[in-house]
Design a protein around this ligand. Sequence first.
Ligand code: IVH
Length: 668
Amino acid sequence: MTPEEEIRQLRAELNQHNYNYYVLNAPTISDYDFDQLMHRLEDLELFYPQFADPNSPTQRVGSDLNQQFRQVAHKYPMLSLANTYSEADVRDFYERVRSGLEGEPFEIVAEMKYDGLSISLTYIDGQLVQAVTRGDGVQGDDVTANVRTIRSIPLQLRPGSGYPHEFEIRGEILMPWASFNRLNAEREAREEPLFANPRNAASGTLKSQKSELVAQRGLDAYLYYVLGDEIPTDGFHYENLQEAKKWGFKISEGMQKCHSVEEVLDFINYWDKERKNLPVATDGIVLKVNSLRQQRHLGYTAKSPRWAIAYKFQAERVATKLLEVTYQVGRTGAITPVANMEPVQLAGTTVKRASLHNADIIRQLDLHIGDTVYVEKGGEIIPKVVGVEVENRSKDAVAVQFIQNCPECGTPLIRIEGEAAHYCPNDTGCPPQIKGRIEHYISRKAMNIESLGPETVDDYFQRGLIHDVADLYQIRPDQISGVNGTKIKSAQKIVESIRGSLQVPFERVVFAIGIRFVGETTAKQLARHFRSMDALSHASLEELQEVEGIGLVIAQSVVDYFHEPRNVDVVNRLRAAGVQMEIDLDENVGGSDALQGKSIVISGVFTHHSRDEYKALIELHGGKNVGSISAKTSFVLAGDNMGPAKLEKAQKLGVPIVSENEFLNMIQ
Ligand code: IVH
């Protein structure tokens, strides 16, 4: 056998074993034997790089190179489903389908609603060629490199299984409970912030810039819809998915064809209990009309199909005992009370802490230590205390008293008129506030200093290396090497990556310095309006409020920030270090008032710039980007695949449609 033949054979064998293991759940060889085959293939690929293939089973480990996600337009828009919460809603849906189909017999396919993030996979000639997230439904991120590492997603479909030449398949990427619990346990041990639920963990993981990390996180995927020009239009959803299973995909567990609403409700009730035994999070049941012809007949509303619906399970609620209330101090000094409870199992995880939000909530609940409390995981799955069993309370139970001093630095707390939260005003001396500000500064959406994390910040703070964000730029490699096993090479890398943040644009610097109430969007608006830190720091309350979307509260907060000498000092030292203090000239160039007074709606998919870039361009040239078309709209900036409803409305109101190129000419 030639090496090329052996490589081909090993790949086929390993693909089959992956399928047996991940899709059929029925492995036929031991892990050890599997690893042996894999090692042999790895060796051969190393020696014969001319036979490399990105879809080889060896490529599941990912890479540690940073990647940027390309925006890709969906060939067919990715819609979401209308939600329902009750039996009556399900009956209504069933009746709507019946009357929509004018008495024709129909089948409803009931399947799990998986709680992860949706993905669209494209296969050509049996090879995975592209994986795109839902994004805004019109376009999403190309996450192919990351998706290749998910073992239950076939890179190469099973030979001879009858798959179409080209098709798209959609489904949900999930983090199984086992991976999620392991990941959070590791993060807890390293004192890193925990993921609130498997959905957030899966989405954070899939958007990671390093595919190697994705490979280690143990993601899984279930596929639930096949589409493409070669899929027979007179076919059936259920049968398509059974075929897809043969091609190599993992599909919904316990899928069922139902012929009456009673059967649908039985399915829902059965899985409401049984889903607790599934390896992944589910938050409901999806109901779909089986016949594709009937699906087309029923059609779509503006947002979702009329032929499908999601039934959402009720949030789970359990009772447990309140042991203690502790208090966390955030970067702004806001105090969050946390209920510490006897651990209980709730919707797949062990819960022992729940947010109590603020002092008012504690008072409303009339919370006493030792109370039996009800804990719920809502849509967001961050557990919250929703009620108290007063009957069970012992006579000598002590009511929870909100603290008066900061638990970290002892400073008396203040409560600002009209706000629910208490604050620790010691912003320059209270450790979690100082560290929190630095963590905010280095975070991805701010200065994106990837080599640092909460642990390193804590470490450098403890050792007196940093007291504020400006100190970061003074760190020398020799100060941080040798400690906690940091080698001089990595120390140099850390310092380099801090220096790298000197290139981060001014808008993000405005966000990064952590002015209260100034989020990402507000920071952008301020940066674009004032154009330099100098101008921003000297702006008066009135001038600040002239900026679109900035009211008194934010304006006051900006003024207060620059009134504080310590903040001015930090900003000055950042400037001296070389941090961007003005809007980039490139962006400045080309600014005009070509679109002065115009309200512009953006619709469709674009080739030259992203939607966000077009928004920015509109603003840069004095125009205003608005969400929906009205008689006042000046024109619609339309890319490809503009929604039919928008097109019709624009035509009806006589609003002009401007193409991407026409628009670019307008602002030239
Ligand atoms: S079908 C047009 N089936 O729920 C059909 N969606 O609110 C669109 N989801 O965005 C989707 N499990 O991310 C479908 N078995 C399932 C699903 C499912 C989970 C998610 C999906 C979608 C959202 C709909």
